[in-house]
Design a protein around this ligand. Structure first.
Ligand code: ATP
Ligand code: ZN
Length: 284
């Protein structure tokens, strides 16, 4: 029995999808030029597909699970379940208008023409805001639509905004924050659900490790209590005596979000020789 995973054949999500599998200890043997590849060390079979087709294949159980952008999942409205955010492929779906235009809020769009490759998401957005606008679906190069008089606004994926800028447009409002997610078929048999749970456990360990750093520091013993109080750690920090009798070595784990704040406080409290080390996997 093998778990069938669909990932993007080529494009923005491909490399990160392969990398995540690798970090989960799953190596894909044959090249990506084929339609599918098998892992040698985990019962998984990887299918390489266009990202737009992945939700359909997962709904139809051609693939059991898939890695795909949330933007595609919401646009395609297939009967699949989003199981886990994967932390890569981050982008936003935004409304953009000509640079000279004054866009105060979405009411700007009333009676306007909007070009997009995401008609479903845009329609939901307009409905929610009680706005009537005309949606023009185009499949690519959406950003040129205002310039050629096809639309007054566009709704497209943005990361840096440089494409918008080059086309005389400005980002007006974000309507969806997106990243790659793991989706699953809604009727997975038990044996496959178990395989999925094993894969999820690995993915979560990799994600946690990325968000955390291992920290080692030297603390004068009279400041030890104060320093330990600053460290959250997995349980409590490890404290080891140093050869110098007045000092101890303290080891702990810090979350990326609070990292710099805590480092500053540790220094202020008298910690020295602070070392910060990446963590490869984190099993909690
Ligand atoms: P395919 O041939 O598989 O259909 P594509 O041209 O539709 O590829 P890509 O441009 O490779 O797709 O983007 C795939 C996904 O990557 C997007 O659906 C989105 O979730 C994500 N993504 C991340 N950053 C960006 C960005 N700056 N622009 C577009 N997509 C992005
Ligand atoms: Zn696509």
């Amino acid at each position: 029995m093998k778990l069938k995973l669909a990932i993007q054949k080529s494009g923005r999500l491909h490399d990160d999808s392969i990398r995540l599998l690798k970090e989960c200890g799953i190596d894909i043997s044959n090249g990506v030029n084929k339609l599918k590849a098998e892992a040698t060390n985990f019962p998984i079979e990887v299918y390489f597909l266009r990202d737009d087709d992945i939700p359909q294949y997962v709904e139809d159980a051609v693939a059991d699970i898939g890695f795909v952008g949330e933007n595609v999942v919401y646009e395609k409205r297939k009967k699949v379940t989003v199981v886990e955010k994967l932390g890569f492929g981050k982008c936003r779906l935004s409304m953009a208008v000509r640079r000279g235009e004054e866009y105060m809020d979405a009411s700007f769009l009333n009676g306007k023409k909007i070009a997009t490759s995401y008609p479903v998401i845009v329609e939901n957005f307009l409905k929610e805001k009680n706005i009537t606008a005309e949606i023009h679906e185009i499949s690519g190069s959406v950003e040129i639509a205002p310039g050629i008089g096809l639309a007054d606004a566009i709704c497209d994926l943005v990361s840096s905004g440089s494409t918008l800028f080059m086309n005389g447009l400005k980002e007006a409002e974000t309507i969806l924050q997106s990243q790659a997610v793991l989706i699953r078929n809604n009727q997975l048999e038990d044996a496959k659900t178990q395989l999925l749970n094993r894969l999820l456990f690995r993915i979560q360990s990799v994600k946690k490790a990325k968000n955390n750093k291992y920290i080692l520091l030297n603390a004068p013993n009279d400041k030890l209590a104060e320093i330990i109080a600053l460290l959250p750690g997995m349980k409590s920090p490890t404290v080891l005596p140093l050869a110098d009798p007045g000092w101890s070595s303290v080891h702990s784990v810090l979350n990326e979000n609070e990292f710099w704040d805590i480092i500053e406080q540790l220094k202020a409290a008298g910690a020295q020789g602070i070392l910060v080390v990446p963590i490869e996997k984190m099993i909690v």
